[in-house]
Design a protein around this ligand. Structure first.
Ligand SMILES: C[S@@+](CC[C@H](N)C(=O)[O-])C[C@H]1O[C@@H](n2cnc3c(N)ncnc32)[C@H](O)[C@@H]1O
Ligand code: SF4
Length: 380
């Protein structure tokens, strides 16, 4: 099965105003790094030229500027990059950008829109002063509201990121955040439970968090609130109101993506073989690498071993709550369904999954125990 999978492109912008204490995404303080946007853009353009042969003739279903804080990248630089990619873009291409409310004005958002961004993802996290302070965000609740108001007036398609399970947060405070987001009629909502990551300030010095019972109660109340307001849960933490995110859906379906920028990853199925490639996380090293790649032309694609594909496929695909068709595994990985059938049957016996003639998916119980299911696919 050699047909092409859907293709997205991810552009990583690795700079922020300052590091949030809970964040383990690859991001550095923009002022301390001292790298000009124009130099970073130059590397992105060169990197695309080097990797272009792998995607020639295909159309991008989505382009995603993630970070870091891409709303610190000059709109003119985003415009230049989109111009370069224009022959790969059609009217249906979703072009998203993440923005931090503490870095945007209505005028700036309009400039991103004019540069070609057609979907905005606002990292609001909360609408309350107390939660934003506990998270060490650079913005206050007033900026959360004003950024949403501006986004609503400019973008037909916009997402709000919220976090819950925050230090000292009650169920009502979490529900208040959801209500505020819905008041802006966002087309998409991501509702993440705060996780404490190693190698972050919270990892070293963890804050007191709500207990397990409170977390479960908050999630249950939140899910039913969103459901009753017509926000459909289609992924573990993602809810759409008419517009699922094309870019993330492609990741979760184990589709293809080309990554550009420091720390970006690519995954491409070429013929029947699946490849991966990762860029350096350190920005000066990444910039140097692009220069060297231009000379050598060797982009260091790595073949993903057949033994890794079942886990990788399930890791992504089971996050989507829509049933997985029986044929999807073979179509996306090139492997036989029998490679995963025994594990699916085992998970079914444990009540974590259902499996029938046409497909399989998580049970209600399985949605709370995804990691347990995934372990079954390690080294299969
Ligand atoms: C890649 S981050 C970038 C967004 C943007 N830089 C910002 O913070 O406004 C995307 C989202 O992941 C979520 N996130 C980041 N770290 C998290 C953590 N430790 N636990 C839960 N959610 C997290 C936040 O909601 C954040 O908006
Ligand atoms: S602004 Fe976003 S990417 Fe940057 S440190 Fe904070 S959470 Fe991480």
């Amino acid at each position: 099965m050699n047909e092409n999978l859907p293709l997205g492109i991810y552009v990583h912008y690795p700079f922020c105003m300052r590091k949030c204490p809970y964040c383990d995404f690859v991001s550095y303080s923009k002022s301390q790094c001292g790298i000009a946007d124009e130099d970073y853009l130059f590397a992105l353009l060169n990197e695309f030229k080097i990797k272009e042969p792998f995607v020639k003739g295909r159309t991008f279903r989505s382009i995603y500027f993630g970070g870091g804080t891409p709303s610190l990248f000059k709109p003119s630089c985003i415009g230049t990059l989109l111009e370069t990619l224009s022959s790969y873009i059609d009217t249906g291409t979703e072009i998203s950008m993440e923005a931090n409310p503490g870095t945007v004005t209505k005028k700036l958002l309009k400039e991103y829109h004019d540069a070609g961004i057609n979907r905005l993802s606002l990292g609001v996290q909360s609408f309350t002063y107390r939660a934003l302070k506990a998270l060490g965000r650079i913005h206050d609740s007033k900026s959360s509201f004003s950024a949403c108001e501006s986004a609503q007036s400019i973008f037909d398609n916009f997402n709000i990121d919220l976090m819950h399970g925050l230090p000292g947060q009650s169920i009502n405070e979490a529900l208040y955040d959801l209500q505020c987001a819905l008041d802006f009629s966002c087309t998409h909502l991501s509702w993440y439970e705060l996780t404490i990551e190693e190698d972050t300030a919270f990892g070293t010095n963890p804050p007191a968090l709500p207990d397990e019972d409170l977390l479960i109660a908050t999630e249950n109340e939140g899910f039913s609130f969103l459901n009753s307001n017509d926000y459909q849960r289609y992924e573990i933490s993602a809810f759409h109101h008419g517009k699922p995110c094309q870019h993330n859906t492609n990741y979760w379906s184990f589709g293809d993506y080309l990554g550009l920028g420091a720390a970006a990853h690519s995954k491409l199925k070429i013929g029947s073989v699946t490849y991966r490639q990762s860029n350096y996380e350190d920005v000066p090293q990444y910039l140097k690498d692009v220069y060297l790649l231009k000379e050598s032309g060797d982009v260091r694609l790595q073949v993903v071993a057949d033994s890794d594909l079942p886990f990788e496929f399930m890791l992504n695909r089971l996050r989507l709550l829509k049933e997985t068709g029986i044929e999807e595994f073979s179509k996306t990985t090139g492997l036989d369904f029998n490679k995963v059938k025994p594990q699916l049957l085992k998970a079914q016996q444990l009540g974590l999954l259902y499996l029938n003639d046409t497909g399989y998916g998580l049970t209600e119980h399985g949605k709370w125990h995804l990691n347990e299911i995934l372990k079954m696919f390690l080294d299969s």
